[in-house]
Every structure is written in structure tokens, then in C-alpha cells.
Ligand binder design. Sequence first.
Ligand SMILES: [Zn+2]
Length: 251
Amino acid sequence: MQTASVRRRRRGFLAAIALGAFGCVPMQQPATDVPRGTAWMDATATLDPATTPVYEGDAPMTFAFLKDMRRGDALTLSSYAMGAHSGTHIDAPMHFVPGGASIDKVPLDPLIGPARVIDIADGVQAIDAAELERHRWRGTPRVLFRTRSSLRRWMSSSTFHRDFAFVSADAAQLLADAGVVLVGIDYISAEQFGAPVPRAHQILLGKGIPIVEGLLLEQVPAGEYDLIVLPIKVAGHEGAPARAVVRRRAP
Ligand SMILES: [Zn+2]
């Protein structure tokens, strides 16, 4: 039996043949026109031992091909091993909160929705409450910081830098108290390097606010976006690499 849609497709096909006979088949148009500036952009650092920074003391990245068609094998088969906090990744509450949710139990809603990218000047290392209040950050549920790490392209270099910009405890408290549901930053930690107590993590994760670290924001200007950032689903672990994409929102 022929359905209406099959009949429609067939009529379209015949119309294309007819046009083709005149040598003027139009170029195939995409189903929906995506206006400039509203396409999805990748905000994920590529996992690559050559370009991915590894936090001092964290597990090394090991990428290997067990079989490789380029070397004459019948198939290509590889493995990769890395720390749970490699590249663009999400910290689950379990990372610093006793009894906190593991990455597979983090709710989806904070990970998908409107977000604001905020520019932090190159000279600023501590994003504290005073720095935060210099910016228009209220009124968005998700705050992503674009810092010196983006300006210096540190998420694209395997060299680990200690002097990355971080979220101070008082800023974390402001964000948490304001009802922000997700905080993101553009280097592999949101905490000051060597901080004796991970207060920013404790405050945010203590409120169940996932932290996205290692975002690639080099090509993502400050502004309003839709964000989708989804970690791989690993049972009972405290973090996982994620794919993050953003799309400009109408102002
Ligand atoms: Zn982390």
C-alpha cells in the first residue's frame, strides 16, 4: 500500500527529473535556514594528548590503537584512558561533598538551557564577589566565565598552567544564593591552584550545582546562549568528560 508521504516523495522525485531534463535542477536547500550567528558552536576542548592540559598530579592520558586499518589490520580499534576530569568535563557533587551525587545521577535540567558567557579580563585571576559584581551576571540560570585561559588559549595547549583564573568562595556563594543552576569556566579547574580548602567546589557542589570545567571558549564571545553540556554516563564516579555546545540567543 502506498502512503500519502510516499506518493508525495515520488511526485517530488518526478518533478526533479522533469527539472533535470531542462538542466536546471536547483541546488538542494537545507530544510531550515540557519541565520548567521545562530548555529551551534562547539565549546568542547578536543581530547588529544598533544593539546589537552592535564592537571598537575592527575592521571596521564593514554590513547592507543590496538588494531589499525592504516597499518593493514582488518579493522581499526582503539582505547583511551584518562582522568575523569580531562578536557571539558563536569564535576558532580560527589567530587567534594560526602555522599554527594555521582555524575550518572546529576539531573539533566541544569545541563541544558540558557547560559551567559561573561568576559573576565586577562589581568584578573581571582573571580571574587567584587569582580563578579562588576559584571551583569544576575538573571541567567547558567554562568560561564571566559577568562585569561581563553585569551591565552590554554585549553588548546598540553602545558599545564597554575595561574589560571578561578572562582573565589565569596563569588561561589553569591552565585549559589542567587539560584544559579550551573557554573562553567574555561580551564580544567574552577578552584585556585593549591587552595588548601576547595571552598568554591564545596559551596557550589554542596548546593547540587554542577561545575563545568575546561570549556573551550576561545571563539565564543560574551553574550547570551543556549547551552547543552552532557557528560558521559559513568556509574558511581565523581566527574566525566562532556560535550558542550552553545548557540547564540536573540538578545
Ligand atoms: Zn573537575
